[in-house]
Design a protein around this ligand. Sequence first.
Ligand code: HAM
Length: 419
Amino acid sequence: MITSVKGMRDLLPPDTRVWNRLEETARNVFSLYGYDEIRTPVLEPTELFVRSVGEASDIVHKEMYAFTDRGGRDVSLRPENTAGVARAYVEHQMPQAGGVKKLYYVGPQYRYERPQKGRYREFRQIGAEVLGAADPATDAELLVMLFDLFTRLGFTGLSVSLNSVGSEESRPAYVEALRAYLAAHEGTMGEDDRRRLRDNPLRVLDTKDPALAAALAGAPRVLDHLDPESKAHHEELLALLDAAGIPYRVEPRLVRGLDYYTRTVFEVTAQGLGAQDALLGGGRYDRLVSDLGGPRTPGIGFAIGEDRLVDVLPEPFRRAAIEGFAPVAVVAIDPADRAAALALAGELRSAGVAVDLDPAGKGPGHALKNAAKRGCRTAVLVGEKERQSGVVVVKDLVERSQREVPIGDLPRTLKGETP
Ligand code: HAM
């Protein structure tokens, strides 16, 4: 037997109904805010992620599916989508088109991490990016959109953890202060944290080592080292979130694991996810586009881990998605009734009724049992008598009841509009 690759999984029905409804809801919300969809390739030049996510990040350092293709190009399966969006933005001269670009995406990402609950090597993200807007009002509206989506999915009680990592001008002074503080702890650091300290001390704030994490309580805080513009940006964002009623918590140690962030960074965690409790992450990246060869263009966005979101979706949303799929089974009682069943199925579909025509033709008993298994809650039987009388038997497979309905009334009856 050949099984799927480690850390990658099949999404099967009926779960895929939940994924679809979730994506549909996200698309609807994003379009209410003026976002358009972008689809970028799964495979990108490795250099793109080295230059954006950063060489010292865990993602680029040890989690990429990187290889040389048959033409000798160094390529990687995308570990995230922001870099690809920024590349496309520059490549297609979107900056020259002027104005603000609001884009969203839904798709698979790849990271060679140790698989565990909520952590896969192939996972999916739903993300949104705004390019060309520097104002804190943009940050605020992005978070308003996120919470609008959460509300429509039925979540209550989520809040966003927020920080500012300052600008590229103010960062070096902070990094030096942090490096000086961490130098005292270098002797007790593991190999990974020593590498982070050397390459990018900010990454040490994400340490997995509990002793070092405890020692970080006294470390300098990036919020105390902000340049005046970043500080004003942060404060105005908090004021706008207060005004909009978005629940947030300032988290001075939040730095995020990707190198492209400037100023605002945020995360939302959810209970019930276990150790991998980050539901989404995001932030501002005012130098990413210029780092990739474009004009200086501010940007901000987020990516939701869709696999994790599905795991904690409120039950009513999940149930509605599962039960929303209930085609009507149309069953031919006899082989001689197949043409009539096919015709009736066609008429019902034209009227907008989803029909699962019994494929086996092994008689009504067999057909009805299988229809229930496939998610049908209603069945219509077509036989000689029905064809003569123009009245068919409609069976409720859940209640185990049945009634007779004139064929002409079927579409309205099956759509729940009792004639
Ligand atoms: P990230 O924090 O690396 O940010 O990933 C965002 C979300 O993707 C995480 O919060 C998590 O829910 C999900 N995720 C990450 N790795 C895995 C995994 N191995 N298995 C399952 N889910 C996972 C980014 O990717 C940035 N591009 C976000 C962003 C957009 N920043 C600005 N714009």
